[in-house]
Design a protein around this ligand. Sequence first.
Ligand code: SF4
Length: 98
Amino acid sequence: MPQGAANPTKVVEMASQREYDGAMDSFSEDRPVPIIDPALCDGCGLCVRACPSHALALEHGKAIVARPNACQYDGYCEMICPVQAISRPFLIITIPQE
Ligand code: SF4
């Protein structure tokens, strides 16, 4: 890279409620939590058992983020879900270095 040219640095941050602006109902106001698609969830409960923070629960046969403040965004739920019903969105922000 030529000297003095901007060297972009990628910064990965958890997405916030504001960026997703209501598109994902499972986001809490203060902090991001995993998104669970109830249309895909079959209620197997694997994510509930896998979550070390006990943030998830089953309600009416579907997984929900019952305790969003407990969520550590560690991703065990996303990894274990056999039907890919859980996702953890991140924002990738590119900031030029000075
Ligand atoms: S692991 Fe997936 S399918 Fe099973 S309860 Fe959790 S979200 Fe639903």
